[in-house]
Design a protein around this ligand. Sequence first.
Ligand code: FNR
Length: 177
Amino acid sequence: MNVVAIVGSLRKASYNMMLAEFIQKRYAEKITVEILSLHDIPMYNQDEENNPPQSVIDFKAKVKAADAVLWVTPEYNASIPGVLGNVIDWLSRVDKVMIGKPSIVMGASMGNLGTVKAQMHLRDILFAQGLGSPVLQGNEVYIGAAHTKFDEAGNLTDEATVKFLDQVIDNFVAWVK
Ligand code: FNR
C-alpha cells in the first residue's frame, strides 16, 4: 500500500515531521510512505490553477498515484497552519486528486490537547466539496506534550503512544484495503 504523507510544518526540528518519519520507518513492512515536501509549493493563485508551477503538478501527481494520504498537522492558532491550507487549495481545484482518496489525520503539539482543534478543522475540510476525501473515523492520534515523547534523534519513545499507533496503522491498512 502506497501512502503519501503531507506534514504541515516547514520547521527543521518539527515534531510532526518526526512523527511522519517514525511511521515511515516503523511500519515499512506494512505501508510504503513517501513524505512530500511543502517547501517548493508556492502560494495558491487562482490565476495559475489551470497552468500551475511544476512543483504543484508533481505534488498533485504523487497524491493522485497514492492509495491513501497521511496528514500530520501541527496546530496553529487553534487551526491548521497556512502551509497546509495552501497546499489543500491547490489539491482542491481543477484536477481534484483528493476525491475518493482515503485519508488519515494525526498531529503533535507541545500543548496537552495535541492538535485536537486543528484536526477537527482538517477533518471538516477534507469532507468539503473540492476535496471529497473519506477520512478514517475513530483512531484519532493526538500527541500532546510532544517534547516529552520524542528523543533527540526524533524517535517516538512513549510506549503507550507507540502501542496505540500500532493498532491505528493496522486499522488504517485494513480500512483502505
Ligand atoms: C503554535 N502552537 C500552538 N500549539 C497549540 O497546541 N495550539 C495552538 O493554537 C498553537 N498555535 C500556534 C501558532 C503559531 C503561529 C505557532 C508557531 C505555534 C505551538 C505549536 O504546537 C508548536 O510550535 C509545535 O511544535 C509546532 O509543530 P512542529 O513544527 O513541531 O511540527
